[in-house]
Design a binder for this molecule. Structure first.
Ligand code: AMP
Length: 220
Protein backbone atom coordinates (compact mmCIF):
# COMPACT_ATOMS: atom_id res chain seq x y z
CA UNK A 1 0.00 0.00 0.00
CA UNK A 2 1.29 3.45 -0.92
CA UNK A 3 0.31 6.32 1.35
CA UNK A 4 1.00 10.02 1.75
CA UNK A 5 0.85 11.74 5.15
CA UNK A 6 0.06 15.44 4.89
CA UNK A 7 0.05 17.95 7.72
CA UNK A 8 1.84 21.02 9.07
CA UNK A 9 5.18 20.78 10.89
CA UNK A 10 4.51 19.19 14.27
CA UNK A 11 1.39 17.30 13.16
CA UNK A 12 3.07 13.98 13.99
CA UNK A 13 3.71 12.66 10.47
CA UNK A 14 7.07 11.11 11.36
CA UNK A 15 5.76 9.43 14.52
CA UNK A 16 2.81 7.88 12.71
CA UNK A 17 4.85 6.90 9.64
CA UNK A 18 7.23 4.95 11.93
CA UNK A 19 4.27 3.15 13.51
CA UNK A 20 2.84 2.19 10.12
CA UNK A 21 6.27 1.00 9.05
CA UNK A 22 6.54 -1.25 12.11
CA UNK A 23 2.97 -2.54 11.87
CA UNK A 24 2.77 -3.19 8.13
CA UNK A 25 6.26 -3.13 6.66
CA UNK A 26 5.55 -0.12 4.44
CA UNK A 27 8.77 1.90 4.12
CA UNK A 28 8.79 5.36 5.67
CA UNK A 29 10.17 7.81 3.11
CA UNK A 30 10.88 11.02 5.04
CA UNK A 31 12.33 13.61 2.69
CA UNK A 32 13.40 15.73 5.69
CA UNK A 33 15.36 12.79 7.17
CA UNK A 34 16.97 12.04 3.80
CA UNK A 35 18.01 15.68 3.39
CA UNK A 36 19.43 15.69 6.95
CA UNK A 37 21.50 12.61 6.09
CA UNK A 38 22.90 14.43 3.03
CA UNK A 39 23.80 17.39 5.28
CA UNK A 40 25.52 15.02 7.73
CA UNK A 41 27.43 13.44 4.82
CA UNK A 42 28.52 16.91 3.65
CA UNK A 43 27.72 16.13 0.01
CA UNK A 44 26.57 18.52 -2.74
CA UNK A 45 22.83 18.06 -2.10
CA UNK A 46 23.40 18.54 1.63
CA UNK A 47 25.30 21.77 0.96
CA UNK A 48 22.49 23.08 -1.27
CA UNK A 49 19.78 22.16 1.25
CA UNK A 50 21.40 23.17 4.53
CA UNK A 51 20.77 26.94 4.60
CA UNK A 52 17.31 26.60 3.05
CA UNK A 53 16.29 24.05 5.69
CA UNK A 54 17.78 26.00 8.61
CA UNK A 55 15.57 28.98 7.76
CA UNK A 56 12.44 26.90 7.09
CA UNK A 57 12.31 27.36 3.30
CA UNK A 58 11.52 24.67 0.75
CA UNK A 59 14.25 22.89 -1.20
CA UNK A 60 13.67 23.35 -4.98
CA UNK A 61 11.13 21.02 -6.59
CA UNK A 62 13.55 19.55 -9.16
CA UNK A 63 15.92 18.34 -6.43
CA UNK A 64 13.07 16.87 -4.39
CA UNK A 65 11.48 15.11 -7.36
CA UNK A 66 14.80 13.50 -8.35
CA UNK A 67 15.27 12.38 -4.73
CA UNK A 68 11.84 10.77 -4.48
CA UNK A 69 12.36 8.84 -7.71
CA UNK A 70 15.56 7.30 -6.30
CA UNK A 71 13.80 6.45 -3.03
CA UNK A 72 10.78 4.78 -4.62
CA UNK A 73 13.14 2.57 -6.65
CA UNK A 74 14.68 1.35 -3.40
CA UNK A 75 13.87 -2.37 -2.74
CA UNK A 76 12.64 -1.41 0.75
CA UNK A 77 9.62 0.23 -0.94
CA UNK A 78 8.52 -3.00 -2.62
CA UNK A 79 5.88 -3.72 0.09
CA UNK A 80 4.60 -0.17 -0.13
CA UNK A 81 5.70 3.23 1.12
CA UNK A 82 4.57 6.10 3.30
CA UNK A 83 5.60 9.49 1.99
CA UNK A 84 6.31 11.76 4.97
CA UNK A 85 7.11 15.31 3.84
CA UNK A 86 6.51 14.83 0.11
CA UNK A 87 4.78 16.20 -1.91
CA UNK A 88 4.86 19.71 -0.47
CA UNK A 89 3.89 21.66 -3.60
CA UNK A 90 1.50 21.16 -6.52
CA UNK A 91 4.39 20.63 -9.00
CA UNK A 92 5.72 17.89 -6.67
CA UNK A 93 2.26 16.25 -6.52
CA UNK A 94 1.96 16.35 -10.31
CA UNK A 95 5.48 14.97 -10.77
CA UNK A 96 4.69 12.17 -8.30
CA UNK A 97 1.59 11.20 -10.30
CA UNK A 98 3.63 11.05 -13.51
CA UNK A 99 6.41 9.10 -11.81
CA UNK A 100 4.08 6.49 -10.30
CA UNK A 101 2.26 6.09 -13.62
CA UNK A 102 5.57 5.48 -15.40
CA UNK A 103 6.45 2.81 -12.86
CA UNK A 104 3.02 1.14 -12.92
CA UNK A 105 2.37 2.11 -9.28
CA UNK A 106 -0.51 3.98 -7.67
CA UNK A 107 -1.38 5.89 -4.53
CA UNK A 108 -3.90 4.20 -2.22
CA UNK A 109 -4.63 6.99 0.27
CA UNK A 110 -3.60 10.50 1.19
CA UNK A 111 -4.08 11.11 4.91
CA UNK A 112 -4.46 14.67 6.13
CA UNK A 113 -3.47 15.06 9.79
CA UNK A 114 -5.60 17.92 11.09
CA UNK A 115 -4.22 19.91 14.02
CA UNK A 116 -4.98 23.15 15.76
CA UNK A 117 -2.07 25.44 14.79
CA UNK A 118 -1.75 26.80 18.35
CA UNK A 119 -0.29 23.51 19.65
CA UNK A 120 2.35 23.19 16.95
CA UNK A 121 4.98 25.52 18.35
CA UNK A 122 4.98 23.71 21.71
CA UNK A 123 5.31 20.35 19.97
CA UNK A 124 8.15 21.63 17.77
CA UNK A 125 10.12 23.79 20.21
CA UNK A 126 10.40 21.01 22.81
CA UNK A 127 11.25 18.25 20.36
CA UNK A 128 14.40 16.12 20.70
CA UNK A 129 15.55 12.78 19.35
CA UNK A 130 17.80 9.99 20.58
CA UNK A 131 21.01 10.25 18.55
CA UNK A 132 21.47 6.48 18.69
CA UNK A 133 18.07 4.91 17.93
CA UNK A 134 16.03 7.88 16.66
CA UNK A 135 13.27 7.66 19.32
CA UNK A 136 11.40 10.96 19.52
CA UNK A 137 10.62 12.93 22.69
CA UNK A 138 9.37 16.31 23.85
CA UNK A 139 10.53 18.30 26.91
CA UNK A 140 7.01 18.80 28.28
CA UNK A 141 4.66 16.60 26.25
CA UNK A 142 6.68 13.38 26.08
CA UNK A 143 9.84 13.42 28.24
CA UNK A 144 12.07 10.36 28.75
CA UNK A 145 11.04 8.29 31.79
CA UNK A 146 14.46 8.82 33.38
CA UNK A 147 15.79 12.31 32.62
CA UNK A 148 18.67 12.21 30.12
CA UNK A 149 18.32 8.50 29.27
CA UNK A 150 16.56 7.14 26.17
CA UNK A 151 13.64 4.85 27.12
CA UNK A 152 14.29 2.61 24.12
CA UNK A 153 18.07 2.10 23.95
CA UNK A 154 19.49 3.72 27.12
CA UNK A 155 21.65 6.19 25.18
CA UNK A 156 22.45 9.54 26.83
CA UNK A 157 22.96 11.37 23.53
CA UNK A 158 20.17 13.40 22.01
CA UNK A 159 19.86 15.83 19.11
CA UNK A 160 17.65 18.81 18.36
CA UNK A 161 16.85 20.01 14.85
CA UNK A 162 18.31 23.43 13.97
CA UNK A 163 14.99 24.40 12.31
CA UNK A 164 12.93 23.63 15.44
CA UNK A 165 13.06 27.26 16.61
CA UNK A 166 10.32 29.91 16.58
CA UNK A 167 11.62 31.87 13.59
CA UNK A 168 12.16 28.90 11.26
CA UNK A 169 8.89 27.37 12.50
CA UNK A 170 6.95 30.49 11.43
CA UNK A 171 8.45 30.28 7.95
CA UNK A 172 7.70 26.53 7.75
CA UNK A 173 4.08 27.14 8.75
CA UNK A 174 3.75 29.99 6.22
CA UNK A 175 5.18 27.76 3.48
CA UNK A 176 2.79 24.98 4.51
CA UNK A 177 -0.22 27.30 4.29
CA UNK A 178 0.81 28.90 1.00
CA UNK A 179 2.35 26.00 -0.93
CA UNK A 180 1.26 22.72 0.65
CA UNK A 181 -2.42 23.21 1.55
CA UNK A 182 -3.31 23.70 -2.17
CA UNK A 183 -2.45 19.99 -2.54
CA UNK A 184 -5.47 19.04 -0.40
CA UNK A 185 -8.11 19.90 -3.04
CA UNK A 186 -5.91 18.20 -5.65
CA UNK A 187 -6.17 14.86 -3.82
CA UNK A 188 -9.78 15.47 -2.72
CA UNK A 189 -10.72 15.80 -6.39
CA UNK A 190 -9.35 12.36 -7.22
CA UNK A 191 -11.03 10.77 -4.19
CA UNK A 192 -7.86 9.84 -2.29
CA UNK A 193 -8.00 12.33 0.58
CA UNK A 194 -8.97 11.19 4.09
CA UNK A 195 -8.71 13.43 7.15
CA UNK A 196 -7.99 12.43 10.72
CA UNK A 197 -7.91 14.27 14.04
CA UNK A 198 -4.21 14.56 14.92
CA UNK A 199 -4.91 16.51 18.13
CA UNK A 200 -5.63 13.26 19.97
CA UNK A 201 -3.01 11.24 21.88
CA UNK A 202 -0.51 9.35 19.68
CA UNK A 203 -2.24 5.96 20.19
CA UNK A 204 -5.65 7.37 19.20
CA UNK A 205 -4.17 8.94 16.07
CA UNK A 206 -2.55 5.58 15.26
CA UNK A 207 -5.96 3.88 15.60
CA UNK A 208 -7.47 6.25 13.05
CA UNK A 209 -4.58 5.47 10.70
CA UNK A 210 -5.24 1.74 11.14
CA UNK A 211 -8.93 2.24 10.29
CA UNK A 212 -7.94 3.94 7.04
CA UNK A 213 -5.46 1.19 6.18
CA UNK A 214 -8.17 -1.47 6.83
CA UNK A 215 -10.79 0.40 4.76
CA UNK A 216 -8.29 0.84 1.95
CA UNK A 217 -7.45 -2.88 1.96
CA UNK A 218 -11.18 -3.75 1.84
CA UNK A 219 -11.83 -1.31 -0.99
CA UNK A 220 -8.93 -2.67 -3.09
P1 AMP B 1 10.60 17.80 7.65
O1 AMP B 1 11.58 16.91 8.33
O2 AMP B 1 9.59 17.06 6.82
O3 AMP B 1 9.97 18.81 8.58
O4 AMP B 1 11.46 18.65 6.59
C1 AMP B 1 12.49 19.51 7.03
C2 AMP B 1 12.84 20.48 5.93
O5 AMP B 1 13.34 19.79 4.79
C3 AMP B 1 11.70 21.33 5.39
O6 AMP B 1 11.41 22.46 6.20
C4 AMP B 1 12.26 21.74 4.02
O7 AMP B 1 13.27 22.72 4.16
C5 AMP B 1 12.97 20.45 3.59
N1 AMP B 1 12.05 19.57 2.83
C6 AMP B 1 11.65 18.31 3.19
N2 AMP B 1 10.82 17.80 2.28
C7 AMP B 1 10.68 18.74 1.31
C8 AMP B 1 9.92 18.82 0.10
N3 AMP B 1 9.12 17.82 -0.28
N4 AMP B 1 10.02 19.96 -0.64
C9 AMP B 1 10.82 20.98 -0.26
N5 AMP B 1 11.55 20.99 0.87
C10 AMP B 1 11.48 19.88 1.66
Amino acid sequence: MNLILLGPPGAGKGTQAKRLEQAHGFAQVSTGDILRSHIAAGDELGRQAETIMATGGYVPDDLMIAMIETEIDNPSCRNGFILDGFPRTIPQAEALDALLKRKGLKLDSVIEMKVDETVLIERIAGRFTCAQCGAGYNDTLQPTHVPGICDVCGSQHFTRRPDDNAEAFNTRLEKYRAETTPILPYYRANGLLKSIDAMLPIDRVAEQMEEIVCETVKAA
